[in-house]
Design a protein around this ligand. Structure first.
Ligand SMILES: Cc1ncc(COP(=O)(O)O)c(C=O)c1O
Length: 387
């Protein structure tokens, strides 16, 4: 079936955080949700559930665990047991629960920057010390490509470090890390006796020919020390429904995780479960269409910038709908987030929030119609030309 991603509903009247934070004349290409309608089977599943007039406590659907197990087997060749899965109301909850469950207050947590801001706040929220190692950006003909800087990791890790938090595919750099990179990282974590929390929320949104592999698959001893966080939320555009999961094959690590969550993390609500079952069971066709549309949006963006705004560098994301724009050539006095908001009427995410390496950058969400993307880029072009 063909899906028309060129059409998207108006979101201003839907309590959308993305569309109602800035003025009506601003195009919002910031927070990571997409403007497209969720797939029809998801909407029907929610309508069906609404038909029943009692909204009491929900029970985890056994079918959902089965669907996750099948999906990991089919997409990645990763065999996990259903009991390895722990449901959560959000991925950020998972980051915080993991940090709380590993080590003790005062221990350190290591992350690569620039990175999705909750990676930077989870350690301090949980009385851990945050250690950051910047990734390296290598300019290439087609754009900026980020790589893990293993020397920086070695220089930064300390004897008190207990946990490494990985983002794969990476927000904001768009990297889907290769098997050799993941092996190298796993070897580093084993050598320093670090547990790994791998946020793979973007793993189903692979663009072009990209592939995803979970770090847990590298070796059994790596799987045993890894908590992998997943969700249907980004993929099927249902982040407001709050259904995520952790895959924790090691029973004792799973017990620690559950005990760190006990009493403070609520269950997933019954609409989140209903949507997740439909998403994983009936929407592959929609997802194939979405990935093709996002790949075209990415290519449109990269081409537009290289032709019309060559002073702005960009990543060429291998996954998801977030581009990371290097605006440093606009001048040291220019704050690119403020500049594009005030002079172009385009709301992007401020690179400084992503930690060291984010200064002079903005993140652009191209999970929107091509029309909105083209309008936003044209506004940005005019603003730079008029500056
Ligand atoms: C890497 C990453 N993790 C987690 C989240 C948010 O997950 P949740 O809304 O389930 O807390 C996002 C949202 O942008 C993300 O990009």
């Amino acid at each position: 079936m063909q899906y028309d991603f060129d059409k998207a509903p108006r979101r201003c009247a839907s309590d959308s955080l993305k569309w109602n934070t800035y003025g009506d004349d601003v195009l919002p290409l910031w927070i990571a949700d997409m403007d497209f309608s969720s797939p029809l089977p998801v909407i029907r599943a929610l309508q069906d559930r609404l038909e029943h007039p009692v909204f009491g406590y929900g029970k985890e659907p056994a079918l959902l665990k089965e669907l996750v197990v099948q999906r990991l087997g089919r997409e990645q060749g990763w065999r996990v047991e259903p009991e390895a899965i722990v449901f959560l109301p959000g991925l950020v909850t998972g980051l915080n629960v993991t940090t709380r469950g590993v080590g003790s207050p005062g221990d350190a947590v290591l992350v690569n920057t620039p990175v999705y801001p909750p990676f930077l706040s989870a350690p301090t929220n949980q009385e851990r010390r945050l250690l950051t190692a910047e990734q390296v950006a290598r300019p290439s003909d087609c754009g900026l490509r980020y790589e893990i800087d293993f020397d920086a990791l070695e220089r930064t890790v300390s004897p008190e470090t207990r946990l490494f938090i990985l983002c794969n595919p990476h927000n904001p750099t768009g990297r889907a890390f290769s098997e050799p990179e993941l092996r190298h990282l796993a070897e580093f974590c084993l050598r320093h006796d670090l547990l790994i929390c791998s946020d793979e929320i973007h793993c189903d949104l692979l663009l072009g020919e990209s592939r995803h592999r979970s770090i847990a698959q590298v070796a059994p001893e790596v799987e045993a020390r890894t908590i992998t966080l997943l969700a249907p939320s980004k993929t099927f555009n249902i982040p407001g429904l709050g259904c995520s999961l952790a895959v924790i094959p090691d029973a004792s690590l799973r017990r620690r995780f559950r005990s760190a969550a006990a009493g403070i993390v609520p269950d997933v609500n019954l609409f989140g479960f209903a949507a997740a079952v439909a998403a994983y069971q009936e929407c592959e066709d929609w997802l194939t269409g979405l990935k093709a549309y996002l790949t075209d949006n990415r290519d449109f963006l990269v081409k537009f910038l290289s032709r019309n705004l060559p002073e702005i560098g960009t990543t060429v994301p291998e996954a998801t709908y977030l581009a990371w724009l290097d605006c440093r050539q606009l001048g040291p006095q220019t704050d690119p987030y403020r500049f594009f908001l005030e002079k172009a009427g385009v709301a992007l995410s401020d690179g400084r929030r992503f930690g060291p390496g984010g200064e002079g950058f903005v993140r652009l969400n191209f999970g929107c119609t091509r029309e909105v993307l083209a309008q936003a880029l044209e506004r940005m072009r005019q603003a730079v030309r008029e500056a």
